[in-house]
Design a protein around this ligand. Structure first.
Ligand code: B12
Ligand code: SF4
Length: 489
């Protein structure tokens, strides 16, 4: 069967483009099962998905199914895409984190263009689903775990698809199907943008056993499964030698959970001469599963930069609100060890968790200044359904959002409040913006570093847009805007 696996474009601001790896995995299993798959990522395409449908139709080899992935802030865009596709009469199925949290929502009467949704990891389910369609059977008669549909006017939600225990049993993602030249490098917002990078991502493990209260992990829950070192190294070799990657991003939630495994992987990458392409831990690693040797081995394995989820500089917030299961000393050690290994560092800091006050957010800014990572990413706490934080806000406060797209973190605005007489969303925005200014603007060393960074001048329009956004804010981001918004999500 001819299938398009699609990712909608976020209408929220973001100039960085990363491959949708989940679709790469699904494309790989479908291809292995004999199907013809195209990956369509609206973030990097000029033409709408319908252009591909029309061209295939004209060739006499039409597509029959479009599968669309969606995180929570992108669900509106996914619906829009599904409705376009449905007008051409194709079957539509939606999957990904948002559909795992809310499998029934997209099957409601307002979304008649969605035929099926899928809950959980889909490598096994999607093959069964497509095979059934191809045989002319109704997939709903096949009892596929994870598959949700309508039957006689009722929405049928099945149990989540079981997690895949043996990740080595999966084929490598279909990296070759991504139009890799259209993607940018992987670094965060405040780093230069390289539109010519061949940036691939790799997952050495899935899931995370920790339970940080802001973190939304519907697909993997609190499980963790690691691939074998040899299996990871084989994929890495394909990226480096076969696909000529210029940069690799490890996008695991926590690749260093098992320290000996992480070290063994680094040793093998060095032994196999796969350390020639720089790599980073894009979404951070956990400070309490590290030691000095790990960073030395990472450096020898080609790592350029490590990111850490620091979150808060206030020990009470860290322990009792965020439940990060790490101490400030562990944070300081990790930064010290990484810098000693000559790795660039990146810190993620979060502002505006329930319970955050002027003092706790000030402690966070102070910690960022003290740690002095090469890149600091200050983020506003975003309320995602299914998290412990969401439950607290629902009980004690309210979400300011017209719809799910308001939860995108790059659209920086206050998105909730807590009615405890203490939480102040205006203050949160102020402290968040002030953190960017104090970290990047008010220190001569930083200013000089930025001014002498050639990417700043090469991407001047983007630099100006970023500066405006982070340091000043815009009218739409003003807190007043939220006051007229109703919580309807
Ligand atoms: C890499 C990554 C990114 C990258 C790349 C995103 C991209 N283009 O795919 C970047 C940095 C750009 C990014 C941005 C954002 N991300 Co992000 N990201 C991740 C991360 C770390 C890995 C994603 C991944 O590759 N997973 C591995 C694959 C195998 O899993 P998967 O994608 O879930 O796919 C499986 C199933 O979901 C299912 N499936 C997926 N799609 C489909 C489609 C169909 C048809 C079917 C049947 C099944 C199916 O099958 C797949 C294989 O098993 C995850 C955390 C995580 N561990 O998943 C967060 C995560 C997905 N991101 C998250 C968020 C919130 C965002 C942002 C919205 C942040 C923001 N800006 O506000 C943006 C949204 C941009 C976007 N395109 O969606 C949340 C989503 C939470 C939620 N409730 O939706 C996660 C879970 C992180 C977290 N713990 O909070 N992200
Ligand atoms: S924030 Fe990181 S450490 Fe915490 S639960 Fe999420 S993935 Fe795990």
């Amino acid at each position: 069967m001819r299938i398009i696996l699609a990712s909608p474009e976020a209408k929220v601001w973001s100039s960085r483009k990363h491959i949708p790896l989940g679709l790469g995995y699904l494309a790989a299993v479908l291809r292995e099962a004999g199907h013809d798959v195209l990956i369509y990522d609206a973030a990097i395409e000029d033409a709408p998905v319908t252009a591909y449908l029309d061209a295939a139709e004209a060739e006499g080899r039409p597509y029959e199914l479009v599968g669309i992935t969606a995180t929570t802030p992108l669900i509106n865009d996914a619906w829009e895409m599904a409705s376009l596709v449905k007008k051409r009469g194709l079957t539509t199925i939606l999957g990904g984190p948002h559909l795992t949290i809310m499998p029934a929502e997209s099957l409601g009467p307002e979304h008649p263009y969605v035929d099926y949704t899928f809950k959980g990891e889909a490598e096994h389910g999607i093959v069964e689903f497509v095979d059934a369609l191809e045989r002319g059977e109704r997939p709903e008669d096949r009892d596929i775990p994870g598959l949700n549909y309508r039957r006689n006017g009722e929405i049928v939600v099945s149990p989540i698809s079981p997690i895949i225990e043996d990740l080595d049993s999966l084929p490598f993602p279909a990296h070759d199907l991504f139009k890799i030249d259209q993607y940018t490098n992987l670094q965060p917002l405040t780093d230069g943008l390289d539109p010519h990078a061949r940036s691939f991502t790799i997952l050495t493990s899935r899931g995370c056993p920790y339970k940080c209260t802001f973190c939304s992990k519907p697909v993997t829950g609190n499980t963790w499964r690691g691939r074998s070192v040899e299996n990871v190294v084989a994929e890495w070799r394909w990226l480096v030698e076969g696909l000529h990657a210029t940069e690799i991003g490890v996008t695991d939630d926590i690749w260093n959970l098992k320290l000996p495994r992480a070290k063994a992987l680094c040793r093998r990458l060095a032994e196999e001469n796969l350390n020639t392409v720089e790599w980073t831990t894009v979404h951070g690693m956990k400070v309490n599963h590290a030691d000095p040797e790990l960073f030395q081995l990472m450096k020898a394995a080609g790592a350029k930069r490590v990111g850490f989820g620091v979150e808060s500089g206030d020990p009470w917030m860290l322990r009792h609100v965020i439940r990060k299961a790490q101490t400030l000393d562990q944070v300081r050690n990790a930064f010290r060890w990484a810098k000693a290994a000559d790795l660039q560092t990146m810190g993620f800091f979060i502002y505006g968790m329930p319970g955050d006050t002027e003092e706790t957010m000030e402690a966070t800014t102070q910690l960022a200044l003290e740690l002095d990572p090469d890149l600091a990413n200050f983020m506003l706490a975003g309320p995602f359904p299914g998290t412990a934080m969401w439950d607290v806000i629902m009980e004690q406060g309210e979400v300011f959002a017209k719809d799910w797209s308001d939860l995108a973190i790059h659209d920086q605005k206050a998105r909730f409040t807590i009615h405890d007489g203490q939480y102040d969303p205006d203050l949160v925005l102020r402290k968040w913006r002030e953190a960017y200014r104090r970290f990047y603007l008010y220190r001569p060393k930083r200013l000089w570093q930025k001014a002498t960074d050639k990417s700043l001048w090469m991407n001047l329009p983007e630099t100006i847009a970023n500066a405006r956004r982070f340091f000043l804010g815009s009218k739409e981001q003003a807190v007043e805007a939220r006051q007229s918004q109703k919580a309807t999500v």
